[in-house]
Design a binder for this molecule. Structure first.
Ligand code: UD1
Ligand code: CA
Length: 447
């Protein structure tokens, strides 16, 4: 079986600079939802593109074939633009703007088609408000034809069963039928639905899930389907052992993987290629994007982006773990601590008010409150290394490039500009002088 996805339409009602099928549902372009579902059925997938073809190309991998429809002359014309693809036995046609079609429904459609040996088998649904859709006209229960809304008479407009557009075709029958259709209709388009007039045997598979076959024409519909998709992702996670306290305020992308007994607190956003282990507590008020997080990790009111966090780590409140940070086992990253391209080795702590950039911090190091790696001179970035078991006193500035040895101690308030050897106590600050009695003398002078 092959899958052809129609996606050449402009999507004027999106009022957007980008083609409709690139608009995202839970972090993934609509067209990629359809492609990913198709991949569960076959590797033989093609898309028909037209408007914004060069932009849409950027979201596609090489494993889908692209056909260009130079003028959008209707859904039938779109299929004809992919003529070279119309070889073999069966073709499933999907729409790029109908993103939530499920594998289960497609499998049911396909098996009905095969069992009944149809020329085509159509996916339909009953809609309370069928406005705008093509209506499925039946004759004594059997398929008779599809009438577009604009071409329908009053009686046909009352029909609630609509054409989802999704259907599976016998390719030989489809090729023959496409040769016969014309554009004599209200829109002057070649309707794919007219091909059904030339099929001998048409089957219908009616689903009861209207969201699966709903198309997106504007941003209100985009948000409605996003809500449905989001709920489904969250339900799946919950059914697989993740506690989600407040699904209404939780956003998790489809690709995200979360282990058993992890708790997701309210107002949490987990995006992209993220994996979270077991027994974690994430949130509230946390955003995680493209991170790999181990087991038993707590992230409270924090941002984590493109970082790796191992096991038994605690992050936050108000921490920011940025790209290429590696936070090893048992580390504590506390409030107002930012890390970037920094490795914090196991059992180390940076609990308060720090910036750690381009640094490599050994095991069992304590980073005092207010420690800053001065990694940037306005032009270039430099590295800071801190050896294991060292102690960095509060309010230390580490002027990179600089190396701190193992088992060393830096006095609070130091500005460290030179390397510190192992097992060394370093002071990098002016010595305090107490001038006893000086104040009294000044005051006597009346100053
Ligand atoms: C189509 C169906 C209608 C059905 C509805 C379901 C036809 C004639 N009508 O109507 O019966 O109820 O879908 O949503 O098929 N496209 C192209 N090239 C074109 C025109 C469209 O690739 O020249 C693509 C669009 O990008 C879209 C899909 O085909 O993905 C459907 O096109 P659209 O214009 O939305 O069709 P409808 O008028 O909604
Ligand atoms: Ca449509």
């Amino acid at each position: 079986m092959k899958v052809l996805i129609l996606a050449a339409g402009m999507g004027t009602r999106m009022k957007s600079k980008k083609p409709k099928v690139m608009h995202e549902i839970m972090g993934k372009p609509m067209l990629n939802w359809v492609i990913d579902t198709s991949k569960e059925l076959t590797n033989d997938i093609a898309v028909v593109l037209g408007h914004g073809i060069d932009k849409v190309r950027t979201i596609l991998n090489d494993d889908v074939e692209i056909f260009e429809q130079k003028q959008t002359l209707g859904t039938g014309h779109a299929v004809m633009s992919a003529e070279e693809f119309l070889t073999g036995e069966e073709l499933l046609i999907l729409y790029g703007d109908v993103p939530l079609i499920s594998l289960k429904t497609l499998k049911n459609l396909i098996s009905k088609h095969r069992k009944e040996k149809n020329d085509a088998t159509l996916l339909t649904v009953d809609l309370e408000n069928p406005y705008g859709y093509g209506r499925v006209v039946r004759n004594k229960d059997e398929f008779e034809k599809i009438v577009e809304h604009r071409d329908a008479d009053e009686k046909q407009l009352k029909i609630k069963e609509i054409n989802s557009g999704i259907a599976i075709y016998n390719i030989t029958s489809l090729r023959k039928a496409l040769k016969q259709i014309n554009s004599n209709n209200s829109q002057g388009e070649y309707y794919l639905t007219d091909a059904f007039l030339y099929f001998k045997k048409v089957g219908i598979f009616k689903t009861d899930n209207k969201y699966e076959v709903s198309g997106v024409n504007n941003r209100v519909q985009l948000s409605e389907l996003s809500y449905i998709a989001r709920k489904e992702i969250l339900n799946n996670l919950m059914l697989n052992g993740v506690t989600i306290l407040d699904p209404e305020s939780t956003y998790i992308d489809k690709e995200v993987k979360i282990g058993f007994d992890t708790v997701i607190m309210p107002q949490t956003y987990i995006f992209g290629d993220t994996t979270i282990g077991e027994d974690c507590c994430i949130g509230p008020m946390t955003r995680i994007n493209c991170c790999k997080i181990g087991d038993n990790v707590k992230v409270l009111r924090s941002e984590c982006e493109k970082a790796e966090i191992f096991n038994n780590v605690s992050v936050g409140p108000y921490s920011r773990i940025r790209e290429k940070s590696i936070i090893e086992d048992n580390v504590k990253i506390g409030n107002f601590v930012e890390t970037k391209k920094t490795k914090v080795s196991k059992n180390s702590k940076a609990q308060h008010l720090s910036y750690l950039g381009d640094a490599c911090i050994g095991e069992n190091v304590n980073i005092g409150a207010g420690t800053i790696t001065c990694n940037y001179d306005g032009k270039n970035k430099f590295k800071t290394n801190i050896g294991k078991n060292s102690f960095v006193g509060s309010n230390t500035s580490l002027v990179a490039p600089v190396n701190v040895g193992e088992n060393s101690i830096i006095a609070a308030g130091s500005v460290i500009t030179e390397d510190i050897p192992d097992s060394t106590l370093a002071f990098g600050r002016a010595r305090q002088i107490n001038k006893v009695g000086k104040l009294e003398k000044e005051r006597e002078k009346g100053e």
